[in-house]
Design a protein around this ligand. Sequence first.
Ligand SMILES: C[S@@+](CC[C@H](N)C(=O)[O-])C[C@H]1O[C@@H](n2cnc3c(N)ncnc32)[C@H](O)[C@@H]1O
Length: 297
Amino acid sequence: MQTISSTQPGSTQQPGPVEIRARLRAMWASVADGWAEHADYTDRRAADLTRLMLQRTDPQPGERVLELASGPGGTGLAAADLVGPDGEVVVSDVVPAMTAIASARAAARGLVNVRTRELDLHEIDEPSKSFDVVLCREGLMFATDPAHATSEIRRVLRPGGRVAIAVWGPRERNPWLALVLDAVSGQTGQPVPPPGMPGPFSLDDADRLAGLLSRAGLVDVEVTDVPVLTRAASFEEWWVRTAALAGPLSKMLESLPSPVLLAIEHQLRSATSTFQTPAGLELPGLALLATAKRNTA
Ligand SMILES: C[S@@+](CC[C@H](N)C(=O)[O-])C[C@H]1O[C@@H](n2cnc3c(N)ncnc32)[C@H](O)[C@@H]1O
């Protein structure tokens, strides 16, 4: 194992929340091209999850939907047909390069009821009680203060409004990503994500997630396990795609010396071999889907 020192300019041992948020924004901005390239793939992979999010929040014609931490906007774009021409979907992300992808995808589909906005989960710059539905697929776990973000979600919901929040479940149920984080940490000697940074498994406990929503004042809170399978025709296809999408480590991988990269690849080839099927790689994953309502008061 080779210990790789941090390449983050100005990095400190214990960054504060403002510094952490700035680093998170920069990290996601740096992988926007990868998310643009693989946008259709990520939507296909999350298709069952998205279907459930929409089924449980049930957007109606004429309603207003807000998607948060949208990335390329797959969840919000899927809601656009449901709210129809009299409704509106606001697709938002803290990274403008991500909302630009969503905007281009909305235009390519001829969706005229979709608007994109740069919004931070922590301070949703939208009026109180202005949305019927809020959707957030694999984003809330990156909030530095998920309790505050959840209370912001409740604030922008209209009385009776519905919310669906999907996050990744426990690390051991998500080998599609856990194996990669383990291999990179193991070969570089650096924890991924770095200490203090919220990562993909920050909200992996169903009770904690339910408690977060309840404490924000949301009601009828339910958390459901949703399997999300990662398929790839080959190890190479999976690895290229994963490296391009994995926000917490894409840039780090680019900066590694090639022997370390080769060692990571070697470890992963071996670790994923148990998930080889005649059709290619099939790596299990588990999302937690939390749904709730704002009461009518
Ligand atoms: C794992 S991606 C998920 C993208 C998309 N929701 C999907 O399911 O394909 C996480 C997204 O969260 C966004 N994000 C991270 N922190 C955020 C914050 N504080 N406010 C809004 N968006 C944030 C990132 O820019 C990134 O686009």
